[in-house]
Design a protein around this ligand. Structure first.
Ligand code: BES
Ligand code: MN
Ligand code: ZN
Length: 493
């Protein structure tokens, strides 16, 4: 898809579909819109009346204009919601609605006229391009015949936004990262394995100039990663501990580590997931790792003056005669011992060693993303990630980055008292506590593997997957986290 930032007035634009944004309860045809309505014989007025278009966020209405030879073939109205509530994400969503409508109307070219958010044309363009690219992304890899044939939208003109080529480029690179994350999550566990994850990382490194280090099982043994390897034991596939590094030219302004949970499948282990547990969805259990690699792809191309380490301990949680047993005691690479009272709480075991590894790199902050607990989905639902942090500054940076990204998250408490629930009579800790506050004890467990580096944890079990089409997300993997991570790394703090 080609995006062009232009100052062509909407009155003069020619092409297939012309999409115009309206605020809710302010659907008025004044000024140049009155002229546009005149030019097309009153069709805008008619469309508004016929469809009772009110400008609600994400809504749209479209109609044909004139005969062949008309300078514009379709008019598309898109709703922005209330003017005073305009967010970057309203633009992302209305741009998605315009693109979906243009596609349905078989438009090859789309002229898009949306307001500028907060006098910031750069972020406006970024949000619009993201909304369109992500809404139109279709994953047909596993269909023998594409369901997405026929005319495609080829060119989008962003009206009134000339000079924003850099923002277009930034958005496209971010979207390439989001789409990589979506494709990794959506692919089944017989396609995306620890081995292919490592291959994907190596390919990214080669293509975009990252340093790649893949630790094999023996390397992990040498480092004493008993928690990660305990989980990996039952799988017939070798575990892969992936570490990609992006280094800017010159002295980095900050050094950061991003750690993703990388379970390419989670059967639960010997505490096997039962009927109704959603075991058939557990290919998504590498959503954190997918966001990590997606962010690596984007950051390697955007080249910020920040050093970033991308880390994921990838394996499967399987059952076999070699499987770790409930009650087994594992020793993590920081020397702490863990009584595994539930083999289904495996993500935190793999993350324990990944966090210890990350902290040894001497970074300024560590953030992990993990499809860690069903409890977080119960607490916050499908759309919102939980955020836990030992550091208010990092937490606020992430809240800010997520707001710009349009990815919802909510800060949750690291309630130390609840660590009592993880006390073990025989080891330093158990890996699970009581059911109440299950996402909090999971976060407290992870905290045992961080000494002093500012750290934040995102439980993304809900938002990595969408059951329904929503705005720029289609049914399936959302690529959640990539945009927040990239915004966080790029932000000047
Ligand atoms: N991968 C799951 C969490 C999960 C649940 C992700 C639903 C996505 C959707 C995790 O490994 C897990 O099994 N967690 C257990 C923890 C429990 C044993 C303390 C859970 O949430 O039930
Ligand atoms: Mn599990
Ligand atoms: Zn899991």
């Amino acid at each position: 898809m080609e995006f062009r930032a232009t100052d062509t007035p909407r009155l003069d634009w020619t092409g297939d579909g012309l999409a115009i944004g309206f605020f809710e309860d302010a659907v008025e045809l004044t000024g140049d819109l009155a002229q546009l309505d005149d030019k097309f014989g009153g069709i805008l007025q008619e469309l508004i009346a016929e469809t009772e278009f009110k400008g609600k966020e994400g809504s749209s209405a479209s109609t044909r204009v004139g005969g062949s030879g008309s300078p514009v073939r379709k008019i598309i109205l898109v709703g922005l919601g209330k003017a005073e509530a305009l967010k970057l994400n309203s633009l992302r969503r209305s741009a998605a609605a315009a693109a979906r409508s243009a596609k349905k109307e078989k438009c090859k070219t789309l002229g898009l006229s949306l307001p500028v958010w907060n006098n910031d044309s750069g972020l406006t363009v970024q949000a619009i391009v993201e909304g369109i690219e992500l809404a139109l992304h279709q994953d047909n890899r596993f269909k023998s015949e594409s369901e997405d044939k026929g005319l495609q939208l080829e060119q989008v003109d962003l009206l009134g936004l000339s000079g924003q080529e850099e923002a277009i480029n930034r958005a496209k690179q971010i979207c390439a990262g989001v789409i990589l994350a979506r494709e990794l999550v959506a692919a089944p566990a017989n396609e995306v394995t620890p081995v292919t994850m490592a291959e994907t990382a190596l390919k990214l490194a080669e293509e975009f100039g990252l340093v790649a280090e893949i630790l094999e099982q023996e390397d992990c043994e040498k480092l004493g990663m008993g928690a990660f390897l305990g989980v990996a034991k039952a799988s017939d596939l070798p575990p892969k501990f992936i570490h990609l590094t992006y280094k800017p030219e010159g002295t980095p302004r900050r050094k950061l580590a991003i750690v993703g949970k990388g379970l390419t499948f989670d059967s639960g282990g010997l505490n096997i997931k039962g009927v109704g547990s959603g075991i058939e969805m557990m290919k998504i259990d590498m959503g954190g790792a997918a966001a990590t690699l997606g962010a690596a792809k984007a950051i390697a191309q955007l080249k910020p003056d920040v050093e970033v380490h991308f880390i994921t301990a990838t394996t499967e949680n399987m059952i076999s005669g070699r499987a770790m047993r409930p009650g087994d005691i594992l020793k993590a690479s920081n020397g702490k011992t863990i009584e595994v009272n539930n083999t289904d709480a495996e993500g935190r075991l793999t993350l324990a060693d990944a966090l210890v590894f990350a902290e040894k790199l001497g970074v300024d902050a560590i953030i992990d993303l993990a499809t860690l607990t069903g409890a977080c989905v119960i607490a916050l639902g499908d759309d919102i990630a939980g955020l836990w942090s030992t550091d208010d500054a990092v937490a606020n940076q992430l809240v800010q980055a997520a707001e710009v990204a349009g990815e919802k998250l909510w800060r949750m408490p690291l309630e130390e008292k609840y660590f009592d629930g993880l006390k073990s009579p025989i080891a330093d800790m158990k890996n699970t506590g009581p059911r109440p506050g299950g996402s909090i004890t999971a976060a407290l467990f992870l905290k045992q593997f961080i000494k002093e580096t500012p750290w934040a944890h995102l439980d993304v079990a809900g938002p990595v997957w969408a059951d329904k089409e929503n705005g720029y997300n289609n049914v399936g993997a959302t690529g959640y986290g990539v945009r927040t991570l990239v915004n966080w790394v790029l932000a000047e703090v």
